[in-house]
Design a protein around this ligand. Structure first.
Ligand code: GDP
Ligand code: MG
Length: 440
């Protein structure tokens, strides 16, 4: 997929100390192919590559200490801006209820998204939505929405399939006012293709209800088609935002990247599954990072750049490679990392962290780190260089000196040994990759 392809391109450039214009050109060629392969709109790709190239060959980038990383940063920033930059908000009517029309083709996920959105509005914004069954053409559609309403324990307004959707919408808004529902979510009918009769009906509902939002629901799996659908709904009806569903599936990402650029309308939410809690506000920045498969590594790079002493970082890296990392270095590293801010925040930004279950709940105890520091500082120079010297009388002395227990001293030594082992393996791996002409 797009992520894999971009990631392998990025791997090639990541650690480069020197990047030439030719390197940039080669990388941009790959990026261009990756985007086209992901079904991103042709014109969007062209503009994107042009923008990134212009910025990447800029003097300050190629001459910087970390050109590879700078270019990744540019790609990320441009991907983010392609998707609209900022996260966009959901409208609130000055006089409630706020009316939202859900529109889109059949099977895109309108009805499901109506339920999910109601759920989100209540859970996140403390709102009281009324769901409106406005699809009278598919026999099961009303029932489907009513079932969702039951699951959510939320009111669903329906008048069966004998009354026109326009009339249903009008009565629903009256009802919402009576019952003090502050949001009205109108589910509407879809068709297999954009067709004139459907558009007329939707226009009529729009005229009458003056919705604060018209959300077009599109299926991310349909790639360019989703973009074309968005374009024609926007031209014919006017939409305020897009909900991109089925992003949990095997999508190529093209829709997410093209819709904003083609329609100038933001993606507001993304659907990530069939369950009622599988809807999330769309964050262009997070999506870009997800596409690049790098967690929030850019923030991390920025933090590191502003806080870590370049020279020290180089020395540490060298030590890791040669596995001559000592307890003193460990202490140094702790100090550097602590300068960057709370550890649990940092950990969440690590690449791949989003894949680690439960990381969101992790609490790193800053006190523990202070204890580790105290223990290491109570060691003699010899002990720090050669932990294998450690015997029980030394451990007792260190425990006493640091105000910790012998068990804690043992645990630290064990952890340190494991870390060293891991580093040895890592540097072994890097050597192998290097020989194969891999990522360095
Ligand atoms: P509608 O015809 O536009 O109202 O579409 P529905 O709401 O009936 O959804 C069609 C199908 O897509 C249903 O089986 C939904 O469960 C499924 N669906 C909707 N949104 C998502 C999503 O974000 N992810 C996945 N995997 N399935 C979804
Ligand atoms: Mg439906």
């Amino acid at each position: 997929g797009l992520a894999d392809r971009l990631q392998s391109t990025i791997q090639k450039i990541r650690g480069k100390g020197k990047v030439s214009e030719a390197d940039v050109k080669e990388m941009m060629r790959e990026v261009r192919l990756a985007l086209l392969e992901a079904d991103v709109n042709f014109k969007v790709v062209k503009d994107f590559v042009k923008k990134v190239s212009e910025r990447a060959v800029g003097q300050e980038v190629l001459k910087s200490l970390t050109p590879g990383q700078q270019i990744i940063k540019i790609v990320n920033e441009e991907l983010t801006s392609l998707m609209g930059g900022e996260q966009s908000k959901i409208a609130v009517a000055s006089r409630p209820p706020t009316v939202i029309m859900m529109v889109g083709l059949q099977g895109a996920g309108k009805t499901t998204t109506t339920g999910k959105l109601a759920n989100l509005l209540r859970k996140k914004y403390n709102r009281k939505p009324l769901l409106v069954a406005g699809d009278i053409y598919r026999p099961a559609a009303i029932k489907q929405l009513e079932t969702l309403g039951k699951q959510l324990n939320m009111p669903v307004f329906s008048l069966g399939d004998q009354i026109s959707p326009v009339e249903i919408a009008r009565k629903a808004i009256e009802k919402a006012k009576e019952d003090h529902n502050d949001y009205v979510l109108i589910d509407t009918a879809g068709r297999l293709h954009v067709d004139a009769a459907l558009m007329d009906e939707l226009k009529e509902i729009k005229e009458l209800t003056k919705p604060d939002e018209i959300f077009l629901v599109v299926d991310a799996m349909t790639g360019q088609d989703a973009v074309n659908v968005a374009q024609s709904f926007n031209e014919q009806l006017g939409i305020t935002g897009v909900v991109l569903t089925k992003l949990d599936g095997d999508t190529r990402g093209g829709a997410a990247l093209s819709i904003r650029a083609v329609t100038e309308k933001p993606i507001k939410f993304v659907g990530l599954g069939e369950k009622l809690d599988a809807l999330e506000p769309f964050h262009p920045e997070r999506m870009a990072s997800r596409i690049l498969g790098m967690g929030d590594v850019l923030t991390l790079i920025e933090k590191a750049q502003s806080n870590i002493d370049e020279q020290k970082a180089k020395e540490l890296e060298q030590k890791m490679r040669t596995a001559t990392f000592t307890l003193d270095d460990f202490l140094d590293q702790l100090a550097q990392v602590r300068k960057m801010g709370p550890l649990d925040e940092l950990l969440k930004m690590m690449p791949g962290a989003n894949r680690i279950k439960g990381l969101n709940n992790i609490q790193i105890d800053e006190k523990q780190i202070a204890h580790v520091e105290a223990i290491i500082k109570s060691m003699t120079k010899d002990e720090k260089l050669r932990p294998e010297l450690m015997n029980s009388s030394r451990k007792r002395r260190i425990a006493k000196g640091s105000g910790r227990t012998v068990a804690e001293v043992n645990r630290l030594l064990k952890q340190f040994e494991e870390m060293k082992k891991m580093m040895k393996q890592m540097s072994g791996m890097q050597q192998k990759v290097k020989k194969k002409g891999g990522f360095k």
